[in-house]
Design a protein around this ligand. Structure first.
Ligand SMILES: [Zn+2]
Length: 425
């Protein structure tokens, strides 16, 4: 059976196809493994090294993987249902294959930065053959770090593939990313009439309930965990925050999520921000939206949320930020940050952008905002100290960044002195 590479695209005439994952288990007891029998074909169809795909499965499922070139086996420890693997592959494709601008899968990686050996990790970009845009892969997970580190190997591999498609020239290793997505169309792909015929058998009826049940795996475990945490917080309105956790309701949400087009994380964040700006939703609705978009582990939501909320609520001045804005949204901010320093940094980054873009004349009030965030336990002392000590152009240009840090400096001194005093006690 062949599937659309972008499975959110239900068009039977969609040009980009890949085979459905096939897998079987091998071994027994503790040594039981899942062998993805067609990993090579799947990787080839999406034009990615099969190592990347296999490693992604391993990272995502928290299981060891093994690639055996001799026997052509692609193994994951434990038992993993093909439907689950297929859902997992969707995540990979969305993140690492589809163009963030036009959603076309004909992309290759480009690396920006000083190469794999430099200490500083740069950026991985998806270079789209269809629209020509470069869109960044969101860094920060294990696979992006792996791809970054092995960029030379990837580039060699791609260069070799360009010189004809000779499978055995460099041994089996070179078969890993054999064809581009367009070669897949011309070679292994189907003609339009093939697809039209297939529509009858694999069309509407394909989404049978069995498959949907199988889909209730990875994400929902996380969802349930998150909701468990949510219930233990001191939010005033806990009942309203709880989602319907019946199996039907979960399934319904899953289906809704699946019918939305897959988009690059950055596009998703952008749309999320626009949704806040136009809808001016309640904090509860924002939290639910974050859950449904599966953005709970994306630190960038913090800078998006503060900036979008300031727009949505038409906050007029820094004084308004201090007098009401942050105290009103305290609960959701703390909930989303959940003790994670990079989330706190993103919040401070969003604040920096707000000050720079909207209230630069009132910038002298920034220290007051920082003290408020500290007093309200939204941002920790450690993050305030580290964030305002270094200067970068991450959120605003360097000149403004410097100026804002100069203004916040007395706060840092105050925090450090308070520390020393308490040490003396
Ligand atoms: Zn594109």
């Amino acid at each position: 059976m062949s599937l659309n590479i972008n499975r959110a695209n239900k068009d039977p005439f969609y040009r980009y196809k890949m085979p459905a994952i096939t897998a079987k288990t091998e071994g027994k007891g503790n040594g039981i493994k899942t062998n993805i029998t067609n990993l090579l074909d799947v990787s080839r169809a999406i034009n990615r090294p099969n190592e990347h795909v296999l490693k992604f499965f391993g990272f995502e499922l928290g299981a060891q993987t093994k690639l055996d070139y001799k026997t052509d086996k692609y193994l994951i420890n434990g038992v993993h249902d093909p439907n689950k693997l297929q859902n997992c592959l969707d995540i990979y494709i969305k993140k690492y294959v589809l163009c963030g601008s036009c959603m076309n899968p004909e992309t290759t990686f480009k690396f920006e930065g000083n190469g794999a050996s430099s200490k500083k990790v740069g950026e991985i970009l998806k270079d789209c053959k269809a629209c020509g845009k470069l869109t960044p892969v969101l860094m920060g997970d294990k696979l992006s770090a792996y791809i970054w580190k092995n960029q030379d190997e990837y580039l060699n591999l791609m260069a070799n593939n360009g010189n004809g498609d000779d499978d055995d020239k460099g041994g089996k290793k070179h078969r890993r990313a054999a064809a581009t997505a367009s070669e897949n169309i011309q070679g292994g792909g189907k003609t339009i009439s093939d697809l039209a015929n297939q529509h009858g058998e694999n069309g509407e009826g394909e989404d049978n309930s069995e498959e949907e049940e199988e889909g209730l795996t990875i994400d929902d475990e996380q969802l349930e965990k998150d909701l468990q945490n949510l219930k233990t917080t001191e939010l005033e309105d806990v009942d309203n925050w709880a989602l319907d956790m019946s199996k039907e309701a979960i399934l319904q949400r899953q289906l809704q999520a699946n019918s939305q087009p897959l988009s690059d994380s950055l596009t998703q964040l952008h749309e999320f921000g626009q949704w806040i700006e136009t809808e001016d939703p309640s904090d509860i609705d924002i939290y639910k939206k974050v859950l449904s978009l599966d953005l709970l582990s994306d630190a960038k939501i913090m800078s998006v949320i503060v900036q979008a909320l300031v727009e949505a609520e038409e906050i007029e001045s820094m004084n308004e930020l201090i007098s009401s804005f942050f105290t009103e949204h305290k609960a959701i901010l703390i909930k989303l940050i959940n003790g994670r320093e990079n989330f706190e940094e993103q919040l401070l980054g969003g604040l920096e952008r707000i000050v720079s873009n909207k209230y630069y004349e009132e910038k002298a009030l920034l220290p007051k905002v920082v003290i408020l965030l500290y007093n309200e336990d939204i941002i920790s002392e450690e993050v305030i100290l580290s964030f305002y000590k270094k200067c970068s152009s991450r959120f605003v240009d360097k000149k403004r960044c410097k100026e804002l840090r100069r203004l916040v400096k007395p706060v840092l001194t105050w925090l450090e002195e308070a520390d020393e005093e308490s040490d003396e006690e």
